[in-house]
Every structure is written in C-alpha cells, then in structure tokens.
Design a protein around this ligand. Structure first.
Ligand code: PGA
Ligand code: ZN
Length: 437
C-alpha cells in the first residue's frame, strides 16, 4: 500500500476562459497525480452538478466553494488511505455527499479528485495512466476509434444551427495515425468550401467550424461534399456521425428547430432524422431525442438500432443503472462516458462495464469546456475496445488528447487500433463485410 499524503485543490482556467478545479494528490513516496475538471454547456439534467459560486464575479462561475469541498471535506477523509484502492477512495467521496447529483461537494470537486488519485497510483507504479488502468481493471488496451467534429452547432456555436455536432469517423482506417491524416483533409476541405460560399463564421467551442448555414441539412450536404473533396467516397472509409443533442431544442416531446422555424413532435423528429439516415452516410447518432422522451428513444432505436449506433449522452448521463434500464427498454445501443457526468472514476468504469454487459458501445468523451488534461485519452485506451470523442481538429485542448493517443501508438504498436470494430454492427460494418467477401 502507498498512502495518500495530501490532496490539494487549485483554481485553474478552462478552454472557454472560465475557472475550474484542479486537484493534486501527493503520496508518501513523493509520487504526484493531477487532474482538472472539465465543464459542459449542453448538460443533462441528471448529471453530477458543477458547484459554482454564483453572484456576479467571474460570471457566477467561481469555484471557491468546490475548492473548499476539496480542502475541508474530501482531503481529511482521504489522507492516509491506500492510493491503489480507487473504489474505496471513490466510495469514501460518495459517502461524504449523499445528495443524488453531488451538489453538496460538487461534481467538479469529486471528478478532479477521483482522477487525480488514479494518476497518482499510476505515477507511483511508474506506469503511464493507460497501462495502469488496464492493469487495475483487467482490460485489454487498444487505441480508440475517434469521433471528430467538423462543424459545431447548438449550444457550442450560439445556436447558429440547431444540431450540435457534425462529425466524421474513419472506421475504414487501419491506424490511428491514418484517422488524423484523413481528418485533416476533410476538416480543411470543409473550411475551403464554406469560405468560398461565405458560410464560414468562425470556430465553435470545440474547434469545429462555426457555420452560417441556412438549414441543418445544408450542413450535412456540405459535409458530404467536404469528404468527397478530400478524395474520399462518403460512407466508404469515412462516415458521418451526428450529436443531435435534442434536449437543447426540445422538452416533453415538443421540438423546435429555430434555424428552419419548424416545430415538431417526437414522431416528426424521429421521421426527419430517419430521412437523414436514408440520404446521408450516417452510421452513428447521439441523443436523437430529448432526455425526457423515452418513447421517442425506444421508437428511434426500434427503427434504426440494427443499422446505426445510437448513443445516449444527456439521455444516459454515464449512469450504469440508466444503461441497464435503457437496454431493458430497447432504447439506445451505445453510451457516452463522461467522467464528470458520473463524478468519479469508479462510477464511470461501472457504466463502461454495464455497457459491455448490455452489448452497448462505449464512447469516452470530453466536454465542450476542456483543458490540457488528457486523462480521457488514457481511460479510453486503457479500458479498450472503444471510441473517443474530444471535439474537433484544432485548439490545443482538443489536439492534446489526439496527440496523446499517438504517443500510446508508439508503445502499443499501430496494430492496437480498434478500427471499425465498434461500428461492426451497423450498416457500415455489413457493407464492409460484403466488400471484403
Ligand atoms: P457539453 O456537450 O460538454 O457541452 O455538454 C458535449 C456533448 O453533448 O457531447
Ligand atoms: Zn452529446
């Protein structure tokens, strides 16, 4: 056993310039682990609460209270404990906050502490975090299949388009490095097309182009064009992935697409998205309906679950019980894993395990407010078999996470890339099998 000697909080700043919580865990051996809490903008109502100070200073986003949770409550309970007992440390943290959404301590305080403990244990074992994760949880590491944003929308781009993420995946690539190369070509091809047409308004929160399109479908058409301009056949090596983030524009089964001045009910939204799935090479879609629309999610999954990956983000909030319930109800077939939605490493890994048990895919994900912290690259690689979503292909808080995976590639070998396996059960997987036969 190696005991935790100190747990210290520090205010640092995220990619949107807002304050956030960093925690540093030092062990009796001198090993140090550090992690920073990210922050969402399109948050699920059932995810762990970021504790913020409120008031007018720092736009109400101060983290003095969250830092006080670390110093006054969490640190005294953890000092002296065995750093390798991640589950025990997380259970202790949970015991200090019995509120359902961690509003007493703050999910920002708990997630930074929990991840810092994991980092400290890895440092003490003189191992990279991904290898420590694989050893600790008995998993087989592999380099994840990335989901990379080309256009940002929704809450990440002033709601200029309603749909939040227009992304690509490169399941037909044979190495992680090849994914980066193809993404570079598609990203800049998209920018060129938009600039030429006067549709380029800037760069959105996660580094994707901030578009000034006239309809949500114009984004899809432009993305298909960009894939072609990059020399690819859309739907072949490269597919489209969408995060609809429908909770951002709909409640209680009523949805409003502001860009097109259209109101619709859940059935009409499901029909509209079904039409997109027919017309465009989309193999993955996230939160197609709102977090409060279980009938819509079950209906969408009944219609399209055998063809596309359907990811629950706001819908499942990295909660193992919600994954089990969704599987029983025939809703979704994949889950987004955001460590700060759950609030601790242990709960996130439990959700990852619940997904595997339910036959769900798992996509480890960043938030729209991020930092130089690259823990999720390690988690996704260490747990293995999965996918990684960290935003776009610019801005260092995003690129740091892709670049970190390239370092793992040197250790693990290029053959450790999971490739198209996570999409094997979709139309893309079937088409690929046929092509190979
Ligand atoms: P958020 O969005 O981090 O702003 O909540 C990311 C997502 O919806 O996947
Ligand atoms: Zn999402």
């Amino acid at each position: 056993m190696t005991a935790i000697a100190s747990v210290k909080g520090r205010r640092v700043w995220d990619s949107r310039g807002h304050p956030t919580v960093e925690v540093e865990v030092t062990l009796e051996t001198g090993a140090v682990g550090r992690a920073i809490a990210p922050a969402g903008a399109s948050r699920g109502t059932r995810e762990a609460i970021d504790l913020r100070d409120g008031g007018t200073a720092l736009r109400g986003k101060g983290v003095a209270r969250a830092l006080a949770s670390v110093t006054d409550t969490i640190a005294p309970a953890l000092v002296g404990r065995d750093v390798t007992d991640q589950a025990g440390a997380d259970a202790t943290i949970l015991g200090l906050d019995t509120s359902p959404l961690k509003e007493t301590l703050g999910g920002n305080a708990t997630v930074a502490t929990s991840l810092a403990i994991l980092h400290a244990a890895a440092a003490d074992a003189r191992q990279p975090l991904w290898r420590h994760v694989a050893n600790h949880y008995g998993t087989t590491p592999s380099l994840p299949l990335p989901e990379i944003q080309i256009f940002g929308g929704g809450a990440h781009a002033g709601r200029r388009v309603d749909i939040q993420d227009f992304m690509i995946m490169v399941p037909g690539a044979t190495t992680f490095d090849e994914v980066m190369e193809v993404t570079n070509e598609v990203y800049f091809a998209a920018g060129d097309i938009m600039a030429r047409r006067g549709k380029l308004a800037g760069v959105a929160d996660e580094g994707g182009w901030w578009p000034s399109f006239d309809s949500n479908e114009e984004a899809l058409e432009t993305l298909v064009e960009a894939i072609s301009l990059a020399g690819e056949t859309p739907g072949d090596r490269v597919i489209i992935s969408l995060d609809i983030a429908a909770s951002e524009f709909g409640k209680q089964g009523r949805y409003r697409l502001a860009l097109e001045d259209r109101e619709m009910d859940s059935g009409q939204l499901v029909d509209m998205l079904g039409g997109w799935l027919k017309s465009y090479p989309i193999a993955s879609i996230e939160d197609p309906v709102g977090e409060d629309d279980p009938e819509g999610m079950a209906e969408f999954t009944r219609r399209h679950g055998a063809d596309v990956q359907i990811i629950g983000d706001d819908y499942l909030v990295t909660n193992a019980r919600l994954v089990e319930e969704a599987a029983a109800a025939g809703a979704c077939n994949a889950v987004l894993i955001k460590v700060n939605q759950a609030g601790t490493v242990t709960e996130s890994v439990q959700t990852f395990e619940a997904a595997a048990k339910a036959g769900f895919g798992a996509v480890v994900s960043a938030r729209s407010g991020e930092t130089e912290d690259v823990s999720i690259s390690h988690l996704s690689t260490g747990l293995g078999g999965g996918q990684l979503k960290v935003g776009s292909f610019t801005r260092s808080e995003r690129m740091a996470k892709w670049n970190e995976c390239l370092r793992f590639q040197d250790d693990l070998g290029a053959g450790a890339f999971v490739g198209g396996a996570p999409l094997a059960a979709t139309w893309w997987g079937r088409k690929n099998k046929e092509d190979a036969a």
